[in-house]
Each structure stands twice: as structure tokens, then as C-alpha cells.
Ligand binder design. Structure first.
Ligand SMILES: Nc1ncnc2c1ncn2[C@@H]1O[C@H](COP(=O)(O)OP(=O)(O)OP(=O)(O)O)[C@@H](O)[C@H]1O
Ligand SMILES: [Mg+2]
Length: 264
């Protein structure tokens, strides 16, 4: 579904701040595959996602989504194919508009050419049901302004907005990092629920290694712009957090403690 081949990117080339952020990165995700992406600060995880969503163009390499070469496709044209969530629960929603209005905008955007914000009754029932499925009581808050919801509730709404158009790919950039542990747990549950229901191809960045090993089907680790580990199947299933940290140390001649990975 997603194929990144030999992606290379240097920021601020030719200046003292030159940074080789992606070094010949290749990564493929099959349809419906759920990959978690880990690595220390500055490893290039968000940069890889930004490349996929079209935030900048690669210096070298190609990106293919569902058979289409999107390497030079403009960001706004990829937006309907790619759902994206960030750490900040306010990103991607209009705080002064109600839950229902935010969902209506996301839904209208998904219908090519149709710029109708008017909320049809059938749509409203669909939104209500989708929210009810989350088990957060959000179906009774549809007339509430999004800015008044808790962080976890907002992230749940944003998740629904990002996936309402049934994108080909879902990109999650530490989308639970700003939440308290119980809200984070709930949003992760909802994430799993949506991903399974739509069989969404998903890439999720997290700093929490045990979460990375638990969620999804495969775990990829980046360091200094490169992919250094790609775990799946039995190897992943049997992997513990200390073993993974040890593997990192072996590959980089560098100690890595869990705290650095978790709280950095
Ligand atoms: N637009 C940009 N211009 C210049 N440098 C950039 C840009 N985007 C990213 N970088 C640099 O690329 C490197 C990788 O950054 P990136 O945000 O991808 O790291 P990350 O793995 O997501 O880290 P974190 O866990 O802290 O979010 C960093 O050194 C960053 O400063
Ligand atoms: Mg990042």
C-alpha cells in the first residue's frame, strides 16, 4: 500500500546547520498493515511522515501509495488519501465549532467537489453512531464546542475526522503523548478499533517501547535518519523492552535507557 524507496533528505544543505535527516530510507507497508515507529529524538521519524504527507520534497527516492507515484504530488492533493494525527489534540480541529460541525467539515471535504457544510440527517446519525462506538459518551456532546472537550475526547474526535473519509493511510505522530495515562489508553483502544474496522494501513510513532511492541503488527526503529531495526512475527512477539534497548545499544555502540526513549 505504501512504498518508500531510497528516501533521502538533507535540510539546510550547504549551510552550517546542514542536517542529513533521511539517509536512504526504504520502508513498505502492506494493505492493512499496522507499523509502530520508534527512535530517539531527532532520529527522523516525523521527517519520514512529513515526506509521506508531502510537507517537503525528497532530494532522492520515491514514494508510492496504492500503486500511485506520489513523490511530487502536492501536499493538499494527498490530504484526502492520508489521515494524520499529531501530539497536540487541538491540531486539525476548529475549537470554536461543535463536534458535529467539525465532523461535517471533515466529511464534506472527503466528497470530491462537494463543498456542502449542511448537515444531513443521515450524516448526523452516522456521526452519532461512530462516536457512540468509542464508549466515551461523545455521542451526547455533539453540540459541544471541540475546544471544551478534554484532550482525550478531542483526540478521539480528531481520529474520527481523519478516518471518516476512509483514507488509504493513517499517520499517527505521538498522538497520545500529551494525554494522561488513562486517556492515552482509551485513545489507543479507539485507534485499534478504527484501524481494524477499516483495515487501515497505519504508521504510528511512539516513544513508549512497550506500547510500540503491543500495538500493531510490526515495529520499526530509526536512528540518525536510518532504519536500524524492523521487527515482526515471532521475533517481535517474544521481544521484551530490555532486549530491544540492548539491541539498540549493540547496533549503535551506545547505551539507551528506557527513560530516554520514553520521556525524551
Ligand atoms: N524543516 C526542517 N528544517 C530543518 N531541519 C529539520 C526540518 N525538519 C526536521 N529537521 C531536523 O531533522 C532531524 C529529524 O527531526 P524529526 O522531527 O524527524 O525527529 P523525530 O525522530 O521525529 O524526533 P522526536 O522524537 O523528537 O519527535 C532533526 O535534527 C530536526 O531538527
Ligand atoms: Mg517527531
Amino acid at each position: 500500500m505504501l512504498k518508500i524507496e531510497h528516501a533521502d533528505k538533507t535540510f539546510l544543505a550547504g549551510t552550517p546547520n546542514e542536517h542529513h535527516a533521511l539517509c536512504d530510507v526504504s520502508l513498505s507497508l502492506g494493505r492493512g498493515e499496522f507499523v509502530t515507529l520508534i527512535g530517539t529524538n531527532g532520529a527522523g521519524k516525523s521527517t519520514l511522515m512529513n515526506a509521506v504527507s508531502g510537507n517537503f520534497w525528497l532530494d532522492k527516492g520515491t514514494i508510492t501509495l496504492d500503486g500511485e507515484d506520489i513523490t511530487y504530488k502536492k501536499e493538499h492533493k494527498r490530504a484526502s488519501q492520508i489521515g494524520r494525527l499529531f501530539q497536540d489534540p487541538m491540531k486539525g480541529t476548529a475549537p470554536d465549532m461543535t463536534v458535529e460541525e467539525n465532523l461535517a467539515i471533515a466529511y464534506a471535504r472527503s466528497k470530491r467537489g462537494a463543498f456542502q457544510l449542511a448537515l444531513k440527517k443521515a450524516d448526523s446519525v452516522f456521526f452519532r453512531q461512530s462516536l457512540a462506538d468509542f464508549g466515551l459518551g461523545l455521542e451526547d456532546r455533539m453540540k459541544t464546542k471541540v475546544g471544551l472537550l478534554s484532550g482525550g475526547q478531542r483526540q478521539a474526535v480528531t481520529l474520527l475526522m481523519s478516518t471518516i473519509a476512509q483514507p488509504k493511510l493513517l499517520l499517527l505522530d505521538e498522538h497520545t503523548a500529551a494525554l494522561d495515562p488513562s486517556a492515552a489508553e482509551k485513545v489507543l483502544q479507539i485507534t485499534n478499533q478504527i484501524v481494524k474496522k477499516q483495515n487501515l494501513t497505519t504508521l504510528m510513532i511512539t516513544h513508549n517501547i512497550s506500547q510500540a511492541l503491543k500495538m500493531g503488527d510490526r515495529t520499526v526503529m530509526m536512528n540518525a535518519g536510518r532504519i536500524i531495526l524492523d521487527l515482526s512475527g515471532e521475533e517481535r512477539k517474544n521481544m521484551t523492552v530490555p532486549e530491544l534497548l540492548e539491541l539498540y545499544a549493540q547496533k549503535n555502540n551506545e547505551e539507551l535507557d528506557n527513560d530516554r526513549m520514553l520521556f525524551s
